[in-house]
Design a protein around this ligand. Sequence first.
Ligand code: NAP
Length: 327
Amino acid sequence: MLDTRGMSEPRLHNVLIIGSGPAGLTAAIYAARANLKPLCVEGFNAGGLIPGGQLMFTTDVENYPGFPKGVTGQEMMAKFREQAESQGTELITADVQKVDFSERPFKVWVGEDENELHLAKTVIVATGAAANYIGLENEDKLKNKGVSACAVCDGALFRGQDMVVVGGGDTAMEEASYLAGLAGKVYLAHRRDEFRASKVMQKRVLENDKIEVLWSHVVVDVHDVEKDMVTGVSLKNVKTGEVRRLDCGALFVAIGHTPMTQLFKGQLDMHDNGYLEVEPGSTKTSVPGVFASGDVADWVYRQAVTAAGTGCMAALDAERWLQANGH
Ligand code: NAP
């Protein structure tokens, strides 16, 4: 329906889900099966995240139950999405620009110029977390020109060239192992002389003769902005202070994540590290009727299966909240 200014009247949803990783889509499946006709705003490119969430940046998922032979992150998220849709979820491929949780129904503005307002009786926040970057000026300038946080997305563009990966966690191991299949050689630069990654993933890296580990090294500059492409990095040995240049075609940064909570500042309570606070044992946030699931509220487990689990919890919490509040 159009109002006097030709704008369409906002629709009121029982459950509006923000995010479409394992948490958001599992919440969608459960809410749809409860006949709540959920709307899932799956994202477009907010903060570098895309529909499907972080799993779209992963290679093989070997630890999600039910896939004994493994499955790619992209395949898995396509299945989640298909299941959510076939159960009756409406999906919108756009970013949420603004929310107002100060009164009910909640307001959620969607689309580039905040032109689409949706009203919601309950909201499930499942915006996840985004990759961190080192914070160098030239790193930023060369993003998508050889600097990346996603080996699966961009690795093939630099096939045959030497590549540098930064980090010492599971993601860095995974990226380095994946890139070793494409690169001339992979240099894995880590700021300490011991990895924090799981032993099995460390082993894969340490036994791969295409990967050279540069212990106690940090990247202090990325070249070459003038050429508009990555031609190398400057590395500093933190023990000796020595800085040297290493030629490479790409830099993959794998140094952890930041929760996607910017939208909710001042509206939902957060921990000091920026992750959303939820009532222990539930997905309830500080605003009754708003629930949080997945990595946006979890910096401890951060697994697809735990995100899916809390997505299910959020849908059940929303359903019960609607019942209890006479909707
Ligand atoms: P992480 O475990 O937090 O590791 C981040 C790494 O980056 C650390 O080694 C850290 O160094 C380094 N780092 C942080 N800031 C840095 C900076 N400014 N400059 C240089 N290095 C920096 O993050 P993650 O590897 O993304 O893993 C996150 C979670 O996902 C973990 O729980 C992990 O187990 C899980 N995960 C699992 C799998 C899998 O099972 N297939 C795959 C990927 C991730 P320090 O060690 O010195 O702190």
